[in-house]
Write a protein that binds this ligand. Sequence first.
Ligand SMILES: [Zn+2]
Ligand SMILES: [Zn+2]
Length: 615
Amino acid sequence: MIEIEKTASTAKKSRKGSWGRRPPGPKRNIRRAPSGFSKAAKSEDSAAPVSQEDTLKLVALGGLGEIGKNMCFLEYKDDIIVIDAGFKFPDEDFLGVDYIIPNTEYLEKNRDKIRGVLFTHGHMDHIGGWPYLQEKLGNPDVYGAALTRGLVLKRHEEFPHLPKVKFNLVKSGDVVKLGDYFEVEFFHVNHNIPDDMALFIKTPAGNIVHTADFKFDHSPTSGQPIDLDHLRGLGDKGVTLLMSDSTGAEREGHSISEKTIMENLDLIFQESKQMIVCGTFSSLIDRIQQIILLSEKYGRKVIFEGFSMKSNVEISKELGYIKMQKGTQITKDQVNNYPRSQITVVAAGAQGESNAALMRIANLDHRFIRLQKKDTVIFSSSAIPGNERSVQNLKDMFYRTGVKVYHYQMMDIHAGGHAQKEDLGHMIELMRPRFLMPIHGQYSMMVSHSELGQARGLTEDDVIIADNGSIIHMTNPELGNPVSKQAKWWFDKKTLPTNPVLVDGLGIGDVGNVVLRDRQVLAEDGFVVVIVVIDTKTGRVINSPDVISRGFIYLKDNKELVAQVRKKARFIVEKGTMGQINTTYIKDNLRDEIGKFLFQKTEKRPMILPVTIEV
Ligand SMILES: [Zn+2]
Ligand SMILES: [Zn+2]
């Protein structure tokens, strides 16, 4: 339940179910876009047709204004359904953080209302957060198609402490009733991974279509083309709200078909006379299938490199989503059993991840796969925003080796898996929604998407540009008519917390601001440890204090400075031990004064770690 006013009668309940406090970190979710893309004024609208309790609420916890950690939920009275639970890779400010997952504080407090979690497809920005959220959300039932299930369960094996995932398998056309208020039909759309499902959700405030990540592909590598008649049929039922993928909203035209990519890749295979190394995402199952088909066509064996690459290939083979002849796949230690002209390597790490297989190959650091001058390297995936620098770096490393490099800017060898302008417009035309909500994209992409809607008859007020954590209310008093002019939406004055939850090797949420700041300091200026042995009887320092440092300056070359630090440390300690020995006080002084002193001398601010030993 989402409570807007805490009246006496609801005060008790609200303790459990109220919205969390606004996070201290990120900016307050003010209604931005004063140009009018969002309906700021509407949040004051007291003419709401029914009580707030009876509105449908929709909140995205991630995926708006960013690429990654997609997750949203719908709530009506006592029922909540959740769509996706992804993660996002952190940018360079988050040192040592592995993933960022959505903030689910509100859902955790209301976990007993969750009737199901719907996974649209098996990409990590949609399922990657699940191992960290499964228990926090009370291990609810989850729903998804076969490949999605395979990928969710495979990942689950890496978390042996977790309970079994309650996975409910669905296929296109299945209808699932969730709680008293939601009914969901799954329907097939194209993307670059098989088994991608969009959702048609009947709610008490009208019908909501969630497109998932999608594109229209009339000649896909695997699976069926999108069924336009079926989509038009859903539009005929009346769509109150269309939540649609914005990733490609700034690109003109149609996204190209996987068939075109296949033709372009074929040309590269024809020209390549030596080993081919193809860098891609391990989750681009369709691309991996294409490389296999082409390798077979040109008499090549295929080596898969990278942990996730190998396991995704295994799952997809088992489920029949990747088809491969017997004998095509070989292991890396068999690489020398065949001429180089008969080898294709498919390696993960096309985003320039430092530990990935592709990086080791580029570094000439790989035990088995050694590049030679006439080899070919294909980058068949585009850089995820934020990774451009590391991708460029990797590309340069390959160019240095002298191999022939093909990348997506040169040829269409990576179709975005996402609909572009024409196709997004087409989706709007098929669904004819009363309201449009751009999701899954940077802010600029959502605004471009909004313009596509406005070019097709929607007004500014019919388009919902929200932020993560914005609470959107929807009502439709005329239930028989999902696209009624009386249907309304507005923003709540409150927002849900969206400060990100960080995951690193230690666990979830252990990485607080303090830890992050420490990592930044350590990365920039290193640390200095000052060890002082104090005689508790006299308060004097025994021997000269020890000074150790890493990542700061090379002490052996700075003997003078080290001597000064020792002298200073002794002075600080002995000044502080007149009377009683207070180690906290002494340590604070050491930290402050040695810190200041080193800054004066070096203009660096290493982390100072004072250690006192009392004897
Ligand atoms: Zn996707
Ligand atoms: Zn996605």
